[in-house]
Design a protein around this ligand. Sequence first.
Ligand code: ADP
Ligand code: TRP
Length: 333
Amino acid sequence: MTTFLSGIQSSGYLHLGNYFGAIRQHINATSEAGDHFYFIADYHSLTTSRNPDELREFVRETAITYLALGLDPEKCSLFRQTDVPEVHEIAWLLSCVTGMGLLERAHSYKDKVANGVKPNVGLFTYPILMAADILAYDSDIVPVGKDQIQHVEMAQDMAGYFNNTFGKYAPEGYAFCRPEYRMAATKRFQKVPGVDGQKMSKSYGNSIWIFESGKKLKKAIGRVPTDSRSPEDPKDPEELVLFDFLALFLGEEELEDWKSRVRIGGEGAPGYGHLKMRVVEAMEEYFAPARKRREELLDNPDEVERILQAGAKKARARAQVVRDRAMRACGLK
Ligand code: ADP
Ligand code: TRP
């Protein structure tokens, strides 16, 4: 049986990039045969969070966001990372076979340091905890966004180091299973742009909350860069960031229609304001059912907690088996 696993940090309100790059494929994957585990990486969030009320709020919001967007808890285990303490035991085992050099090569760590973040040890060892998250459930497939691929490759490396060192002593012949990553198949979902045209990211101040609507949404889309050409001037839609947004929400036929009108130009061509209005409308419509479910879930915290606890119970049972196998292999049991 194939095991799917992925997680997402709870360090903010989730944005369109998180949805199209990660959450959407997590939800879609649950229709494939196999066991599915999705979790809220709250321990990872502590590498940057310094506000306890906010962290609690983001954990709750992340769970509700998944459920509102359609993750079916009957088809998967949804849980909090903190409810599976075994990942820390596994993280320690991995850290004892992993060289500093591997962690020093992590892009996301290097980027953060290059951007002036003063790194704590947790940020440095982040990939070890993430590898433990992945290996703890004997995961086969890890659906992630592009920028997480290197972390999954590091989990492959760490599983390899441990197995090469101790696998021969394990009755099973191995300690950890090798995971593979999987990226969103649709190219436009792999790198969703922010309102400034750069990659959308909460740390760049260019993100749009999945459930944004009304005036705030209009204001956000208003920031998408355009130029001073008039609507009549023929333009290449592929060069316009606005079309990256339209492509997220519109069906193929309508999208092609807008594109050809922009390409031809002249009297019937829409101006930038018109295109922006269509993005706002289409996004509001796209997430309307999820927005409604979110409201219901906000009124039902006990139900959300019940789902998380049930998910954690299944996840923990798996993680204990893997921890015991790895501890036996290296002589700690
Ligand atoms: P952020 O860049 O906002 O801090 P995270 O690093 O927490 O986002 O990413 C959470 C998940 O969402 C990851 O799997 C990541 O690859 C995906 N993701 C984040 N931003 C984007 C984006 N702009 N386009 C596609 N996927 C994204
Ligand atoms: N690093 C991921 C993110 O930023 C979250 C994460 C933690 C994760 N552990 C994981 C993702 C294990 C996939 C598998 O969103």
